[in-house]
Design a protein around this ligand. Structure first.
Ligand code: CUA
Length: 409
């Protein structure tokens, strides 16, 4: 049996563990997310409940633990104690039935639970309240292993990066498209299960501009832990600018020969799945790459998206991966060459000519078939082309990342 003190310490350690879910990637060292650091109204409502319940728990612990301690100290048998009655053992007098005590033992917990349920009902009502001034409604779809953010009314999509205005509520309609996922962004207090065939609504209001860390919270397969995303909260004027530019975006034909080559390779190999506004092709079940050049990350939030690979380094907190015995952060070229090496379970075909198993429709047997092999210069051209897909004048690089290191500014 755990003693009250051990139980209390166990509780503290558990709380510290959930409060510090570690994020694997960032630009300046280890990233720690603190769920108690709320940057949204909903989180503040939930946290109030957490503190009230915590205070009651502490009170109960102190009263019961203190009473137990006092009783043990006062009544324990000491060497040399005499029996209370002649011929009796050292056992104290036995009795049963005490109305006052029994009423107190039932009444006090009922009172505590009643008070807590009032606070819970109030917090639930606040969290579920649908404000009249919803700034945007966004369809959120969880896929193995990435997030699709569909700005349905605006007519565009973005992947793994949810851009929202500061200070205004946004309504998210969360759904899963293949298996069960869970959408969660700890500092904004949002978490909803993403279930196939169902839509769960979630209202988020970011209190201040910043890039918030989000991730999938439901074990969904090989790259569950790699199913990250960012929430970019922009001041309202900047948000409106982003929306109007995203709406108007159309990929043109590049004049630069390398970019034109990249576009050609993209059209031949990638556009069957990936949509880019202004170009043919794409399907809603694959990430939309329309303004990929503006993204802060690639591969569902696990690597920083930079045009110059020399900016990436383990010293800056970038996650590394083994490439034939050398560990280094993955580049977009690595991702295109063999995405499943960079993110296990990725469904995107490799473009390095490696072998994979395909079932022969006639014989029913699995056969080794090579993937398409793109030349290094073609892969570089596609990466450059993707980085060139940008909204003019939009840059998220100067927006602070919200972590425990800088959240209390
Ligand atoms: Cu999706 Cu875990």
């Amino acid at each position: 049996m755990l003693k009250p003190f051990q139980l209390f310490m166990f509780g503290l350690v558990s709380l510290a563990t959930v409060a510090h879910a570690q994020q694997p990637q960032g630009s300046s060292g280890e990233r720690l997310i603190n769920i108690l650091d709320s940057q949204a109204k909903t989180t503040q409502d939930i946290n109030l409940l957490l503190w009230v319940a915590g205070a009651f728990s502490l009170l109960v612990l102190l009263v019961t633990g203190g009473a137990l301690w006092w009783v043990v100290q006062k009544y324990k048998v000491r060497p040399g104690d005499k029996p209370t009655r002649p011929g009796a053992s050292n056992e104290p007098a036995q009795f049963h039935g005490n109305n006052t005590l029994e009423v107190a033992l039932i009444g006090v917990p009922v009172l505590i639970v009643s008070v807590l349920s009032v606070f819970t009902a109030l917090a639930l009502a606040k969290v579920n309240e649908k404000p009249a001034n919803i700034a945007e409604t966004i369809q959120v779809n969880g896929w193995q292993f990435w997030w699709d953010f569909d700005y349905e009314k605006q007519g565009f999509r973005n992947s793994n990066e949810l851009v929202i205005p500061v200070g205004l509520p946004v309504e998210l309609k969360v759904s899963g498209k293949d298996v069960i996922h869970s959408f969660g962004v700890s500092n904004l207090g949002g978490r909803r299960d993403a279930l196939p065939g169902q839509t769960n609504k979630l209202i988020l209001t970011a209190a201040k501009p910043g890039i918030y860390y989000g991730q999938c919270f439901e074990l969904c397969g090989a790259s569950h832990a790699n199913m990250l995303f960012r929430v970019v909260a922009l001041p309202q004027a900047q948000y409106n600018e982003w929306v109007s530019k995203a709406k108007a975006f159309q990929a043109g034909t590049p004049s630069d020969p390398e970019l034109a080559q990249g576009q050609k390779v993209f059209q031949a190999n990638c556009s069957g799945c990936h949509a880019v506004k202004g170009q043919q092709g794409g399907a809603p079940s694959f990430p939309d790459l329309s303004f990929f050049g503006n993204r802060t990350t690639f591969a569902a939030g696990i690597y920083r998206n930079v045009e110059n690979a020399s900016e990436l380094s383990a010293d800056k907190g970038d996650r590394t991966i083994d490439f034939d015995g050398t560990r280094r952060p993955a580049t977009l070229e690595d991702w295109i060459r063999n995405s499943a090496h960079v993110k296990p379970g990725s469904l995107m075909p490799a473009f390095d000519g490696s072998m994979h198993k395909v079932k022969n429709a006639d014989t029913g047997k699995w056969e080794d078939v090579p993937y398409t092999k793109l030349s290094d210069s073609d892969i570089t051209a596609v990466a450059k082309y993707l980085h060139s897909l940008k909204l003019d004048g939009i840059d998220f690089k100067s927006i602070p990342e919200i972590t425990t290191e800088n959240s209390s500014q």
